[in-house]
Ligand binder design. Sequence first.
Ligand code: ATP
Ligand code: MG
Length: 535
Amino acid sequence: MSYSACMLAKRRKTGTLLIHIISMINKIPQPVVDIIETLQKAGFEAFIVGGCVRDILLKRIPKDWDITTSAVPEEIMRIFPDSFYENEFGTVGVKVPRFMETTDSTHENLLRNPKEKDSEAIRDIIEVTTYRTEGKYEDNRHPSDVHFTLSLKEDLARRDFTMNALAYGPRGDEWKLIDIFSGADDIEKKIIRTVGSPAERFSEDALRLMRAVRFWSELRNPAKLDTSKNWQIEKETDEAIQKLSENLASISQERIRDELSKIILSNSPSEGVQMLHDTHLLRFIIPELELGIGVSQNLHHIYTVWEHNLRALATCPSKKLDVRLAVLLHDVGKPATKRGNGLHSTFYNHDHVGARITEKILTRLHFSKAIIKKATMLVDNHLFYYNVDEVTEASVRRLIKRVGLENMDDLMAVRIGDRLGSGVPKGKPYKLRHLEYMIDKVSKDAISVKMLAIKGTDLISVLHIPAGPQIGALLDVLLAETIENPLLNTKDTLLARAEILKDSPLETLRELAKEKIDEKRKEENNQIKKKHWVE
Ligand code: ATP
Ligand code: MG
């Protein structure tokens, strides 16, 4: 019996999946079908394989379309002249007319590169890989060599999970699902299971430990409370992950970062992080978070630091990676700063200590500079204080100056997660809505030197101050004063004030600007401390 006939016999009782398998071909974009049929006409086998087959069965839109074939790279390139060798694993990139809806980095690169012909900008790349088995694994990481094979079965056997070991393509006159390891059955039962022995498969490549948790976070439905009806990692697979968790230490931080990012961006980010902990993997990723386990807080909090961080992540409304990382890490400084015990314990300075820890964690994980900077800034400022009638417009301007107007929504998203994650019923109470109104109101006021009504060149031409550091220091003082009182922001007023200040020594000016900003900051900090019991 052919694989597909066997598959159909098995599926007969489950009508919907059967219909789905029959209509699978309609879900495949034409350029992908064309490549497969061209390879077939040239005498080779070819199938779509892996994640895209899984996603069609799950009725999800595949992120990419991978083809596996019996043709070797030289043959693939001969059949498709518009192609290039992608890597040493037998993958050839075939250029096709653009069909993917999302803009991936390949498109962005093509679009950005002015040397590329216009037509290049409207291309997609389909990865076509020769059937292969992998050689010995020596370091839990990379197969020491790659062997091509003529057997689809061998190619599928090297894949990580049964749901990812599916192929679909022409067998004779018909397109069929090739399902040697009962992947479709596992998809139907919502089970993540390794192909073959879990211990062996995880020992070959420790990244699979994390991939299991990543797929679980991506696939499970966070709204389904009955866990028996939700996605599960199969028992033996789960036990092997726990047993072999320390092998993750041999995986590069970049590969760990990529899987972690997918968990954080999934529909179940907090359950994913909890699962990383339960499987003992988190200690090789962000051990700093685990220091919050069992650390109780004070009368303002019903949850421990660990529970609160996870709940904040679960309830944060943002879908951005940097914001979600910030909310997960926003209280990472608490275990180190806790003083006292019981209802009146304090966490003085945990925002700034947490920002330094966040920077260290994200740098270690090789996140981009932009993500590190943004997440660190959000953690640093997550305690911003606001209360209607109590906080002045000047203080809102100082907050915007520190955080950046473009980041205020993200800071608000961190605060909403922080609040909901503490168990309060309302994420955005009246006072936060009022703050948004205030941000709007003052956002046209000067909060940066660029927004002052005079420029450095005015100081040079009108007041004849020589170009140099004095100009910048003067502008800083003028800005500090304008933040306090936006009515000062007219050309005449600022020039008059600069005239008075211009002969002050450079150091005095710098002190003055710093004092004006810092004194106020200290005042605000005191209010924050009172409010949050962090003193
Ligand atoms: P996604 O939808 O996130 O892209 P995917 O399953 O397509 O998920 P990829 O990393 O794109 O994952 O890999 C494509 C396929 O290659 C997988 O479906 C799987 O068959 C195989 N694969 C990828 N990584 C591994 C691995 N570490 N070990 C074994 N097989 C792997
Ligand atoms: Mg993929």
